[in-house]
Design a protein around this ligand. Sequence first.
Ligand SMILES: CCCCCCCC/C=C\CCCCCC(=O)SCCNC(=O)CCNC(=O)[C@H](O)C(C)(C)COP(=O)(O)OP(=O)(O)OC[C@H]1O[C@@H](n2cnc3c(N)ncnc32)[C@H](O)[C@@H]1OP(=O)(O)O
Ligand SMILES: Cc1cc2nc3c(=O)[nH]c(=O)nc-3n(C[C@H](O)[C@H](O)[C@H](O)COP(=O)(O)OP(=O)(O)OC[C@H]3O[C@@H](n4cnc5c(N)ncnc54)[C@H](O)[C@@H]3O)c2cc1C
Length: 536
Amino acid sequence: EQQEKWVPRAVNMEIIGTYAQTELGHGTFLRGLETTATYDPNTEEFVLNSPTLTAYKWWPGGLAHTANHCVVVAQLHSKGVNHGVHPFIVQIRDEDTHMPLPGVKVGEIGPKLSFSTANNGFLGFDNFRVPRDSMLMKNAQVLKDGTYVKSRLSKLTYGTMVFIRVMIVTDMAYYLSVGATIAIRYSAVRHQSKPKENEPEPQILDYVTQQHKLFIALASSHAFRVTGQWLWTTFVRVNKALTSGNADTLPELHAVACCLKAVTTRDAASMVEACRMSCGGHGYMTSSYLPILYGITTAACTYEGENTVLLLQTARSLVKAWQKGSKGKPLSPTEAYLMDKSPVPKWENTLDGIIAGFRRVSAGKVQDCVSKIDKLVKMGTSYEDAWNQTSVRLVAASEAHSRAVILATFRAEVSRAAAALSPPLARVLHQLVHLYTVYWALERVGDLLLYTSIAERDVQELQQQYEDLLQKIRPNTVGLVDAFDLRDEILNSTLGAYDGRVYERLMEEALKSPLNAEPVNQSFHKYLKPFMQGKL
Ligand SMILES: CCCCCCCC/C=C\CCCCCC(=O)SCCNC(=O)CCNC(=O)[C@H](O)C(C)(C)COP(=O)(O)OP(=O)(O)OC[C@H]1O[C@@H](n2cnc3c(N)ncnc32)[C@H](O)[C@@H]1OP(=O)(O)O
Ligand SMILES: Cc1cc2nc3c(=O)[nH]c(=O)nc-3n(C[C@H](O)[C@H](O)[C@H](O)COP(=O)(O)OP(=O)(O)OC[C@H]3O[C@@H](n4cnc5c(N)ncnc54)[C@H](O)[C@@H]3O)c2cc1C
């Protein structure tokens, strides 16, 4: 019924909405949100209030001057009892005049690192009344007399966030394809230095260090696209089960969505930054689009769940799985490897060997965390303090778990798809899987030395494998980014345009600057000249 009322109007854009959950005082700790929705059975309305400055909603995208409705997450009070945070759909502006409604204080939060078009806003309520059916009642309900009907699973309220986290993984694949396209195309056009006096300046793409900076971004885009597809399929399956009342698989989805969102956003932000830096000064130009792209990707490390907080959510699941598995109980498919108690096998420098190695690292780290927590608790430390003192290791265990999931998924999905591909295309995709896997083995070699039987000669061989792969991938690099098929209008980059006219585009963009409208800018007459004449 509520969906019939709101969804059609939202689809045809009569309703422009946003998700107003975060407040000035709380973004992570949702149970600490201060906005209140108090039920008045006499009028069958909720009264929304922002009791403090820190209760003001702060950050919601589009809230400042665009949205006329929003989903407000507030502490629901009825019959004198606080039932915790619940979502409400609330009109905040007049649909004709767009004026804020009486009792609503709304505005712009000010300049940010990037996302300048996101119109993030603040929102406060002063005894603002909304009808009872404003409470989104799919999970919990408040009856006309104020009786609260509990949801069968309180965490279903948090479902929106799981959905967005799942989507963000695929988003990161896209952003990395943009960064890789810009930086690799530029690296094919840019010539610099003279390593060989009797030869012309080479393309910077031929420097192996440049390949090391860029090819991982290209490979990660494919790894995250494939993992994002797997995660979406998992989300659809879990959501279908939830619809029929079965929430058994939700905890696993929450845990894997948290760590994949955290790891893919962190990797995307750092690899886009590497793309920017690999383009030298021109990568620092706004017209290259790389600084804007960095601003967009680094924001994702914060929004939809701050990365550390999410990695700790996954760690919470891994520790619980370890404790469950140690009692012989079955574990979820993504966490089942934690109970592999077989002896550490002889190391193999193969994809399967490396994937197995990362699973050993993750299981080893989780076991170390459980042991440390148990030891601290036995010494009289509270569980919460023991958790906090172990949290650096818990985050590392989560990251290792996430990497094992990505490596295994990337390899399995490309192997599955390869059968339907032409041999040359299959070969190139396998090279990207190989590069991605060996790159991370070398990045985390310390962990592999701690938890597997990898030896020095294996590491040397992996380094050589990696350098050989850079050489093999080089001839196909421009073709691989062209295959992302990103139009110039989408790339929006002087460095990444398909025609490679970098220098002409840089100059064309520069000449558009208002500061170039006249040869002597007014600042000379207002400031420089008086200063030079000692008059300032
Ligand atoms: C349509 C395409 C979209 C694509 C997106 C592209 C992006 C476009 C550009 C910009 C958009 C920007 C959007 C950004 C919007 C936002 O940022 S909205 C606000 C996001 N905010 C958060 O994510 C808040 C993060 N905090 C939390 O989730 C929770 O506070 C917490 C989980 C960290 C802690 O909550 P608490 O109640 O204290 O839980 P715990 O005690 O830790 O755990 C309790 C149990 O509940 C389970 N659980 C927690 N969360 C969930 C969940 N989401 N789903 C399922 N289960 C959950 C948790 O595992 C615990 O279970 P156990 O007790 O069994 O261990
Ligand atoms: C670009 C952008 C768009 C956004 N859009 C929206 C939106 O549309 N709607 C919306 O509701 N919100 C939105 N947000 C807000 C966003 O969801 C929050 O900023 C995010 O959830 C983090 O919360 P916080 O800012 O309170 O950070 P905090 O939680 O205060 O984090 C600060 C530090 O504290 C640490 N920390 C916090 N809790 C713990 C813990 N339990 N254990 C260990 N460390 C901890 C964090 O790791 C972090 O290092 C947006 C934010 C950004 C940047």
